[in-house]
Design a protein around this ligand. Sequence first.
Ligand code: SF4
Length: 552
Amino acid sequence: MNTNREIKKQLTKTDFILYRECAKNVWIKWHKPEEYKKFPVSEFEKALGKMGDDVEKLARGMFPDGYLIEKRSEGAQELTQKLIAEHTPVIFQAVFSTDKYLAAADVLKWNEKANAYDVYEIKMSSTEGEDYESITNGTPPKINKKRELQYEYDLSFQTNVAKLCGVNFNKKYLVRLNKKYTRIGELDFSKLFELSDKTEIINDTFLSVTLTEMSSSYEYLSNKETPKGHCSCYFKGRSAHCTTFSLSNPEVPAYSVHDLNKIGLSKKYLGELLNEGILKIDDVPEDDRLKPKPAKKGEAPSKPKKLNQVRVYKTKKPIIDIYSIKAELDSLKYPLYFLDYETYPTAIPPFSGYHPYQHIVFQYSLHILKSKDAELEHKECLILEGDPSEKIVKSLRADIGDTGSIISWYKSFENSRNRELANLIPSQSEFLHSVIDRTYDLMDIVDKQYYVHHDFKGSSSIKKIQPVIAPDFSYKELEVQNGTMAIESYRQITSGELKGKVMEEKRKQMLKYCEYDTKIMYIIWKYFTDLIEQKGDLTDTLGKGPGTHKKA
Ligand code: SF4
């Protein structure tokens, strides 16, 4: 008897799709669940999961009088077979199970003409690419081919399992949100959701390929022996790694060559470093491979971000291009407005005028510095009832004067929201476009490499910059510590989940968090301003072109 084949687990659709992404990760999930659970689901993933559930429940509204099967038990499988035998018009979560496989179909709809069921798989993603911009500015949407193929395998998996249980599906559809839909009054299901007919793609050949993959994945996952060697992400940048990367690659330090700036886009270089046995940033040689590619004709040369990252890490001395920092900050005009939005990118548009996944701007924090020596002032707005857009913009209009610079961190986010708000409230379009024109991105100082610190670890995220520049100002003491927690707090309050004192407490925490974001921006700005002052008056040396800027 082969003891390596003892496990009798069923391969679910979710695990099959995960397996196709990364076999090793699912193997750990099956065989080392206690290790797997050490890497908990993030707040963001939890929020996505809730949103997915909401979308599925709502999409069921397109199929009236459906029978919902709530469990995955043997009884649920028998009930499925009974409902199918009775030609029940609509079945939600029909369960199909074999020795090896388990699948639940989101919706089965009896097709009288075909004398068979059509299957519908509900997805929370939209029919278009992820970019909302393509809707507002008319550029062609990006189609995510990898995700499309994943969905086809998903439908194919359930079709195969149903077939093994003696049920042949007729048509195979994906149900997805239509990003081009604008809610006017009540939700219009016929426009909110779009159907994609995948019947032709999921043909006999595709089904057979899927079945072969299902069989080999089951084989792989049933094997008790730990898969040998590195997992495939060893040759990918850090952003591609899942939470269990360290289990499969224990010799890789927490800060490694996988963290080099945009290394995921330089796979050949990463492969070379790893094949040369170089894992630590300190060991990366300062050769030509670290430098950016020469600029094409007419293009500005790229910044040597990888080289700078390695150099500051080795020397532990920051790169400070004080002349360029001064030039950036001299372009700002008082009053200075440090602005940050909190938003909720809900899948289902809850108010008129919104598209699926359009961000609801429900909060802002604004620190104002009227002149160099003025006291820092603070304004804020948080709307937790109804569509907040009009109240937010009205309040912002009252808080932001007609002159002065607005400072954000990663301004393209705030400016996208300003454009959306201008579409929602045309009467404030002129004001919101003036906000866009006046917004300066403080992140530029880090992104343009005018200030590079080894503890930034190649990142321009404010969450990486803050501990270096403002170490005493930590988010850790807050209850709401990041944007995802703010989103979840908004959801909890607006859904009525939190009430009374608990709600009031949460509201205060949300205000505190957003206030921190703009206060930290002010501290960073002040840090750079003080740095310039410590270096004296540099006016004479400016304006000679970037090549003349000396490093401090
Ligand atoms: S790090 Fe990548 S390859 Fe490794 S287990 Fe995770 S997803 Fe799979």
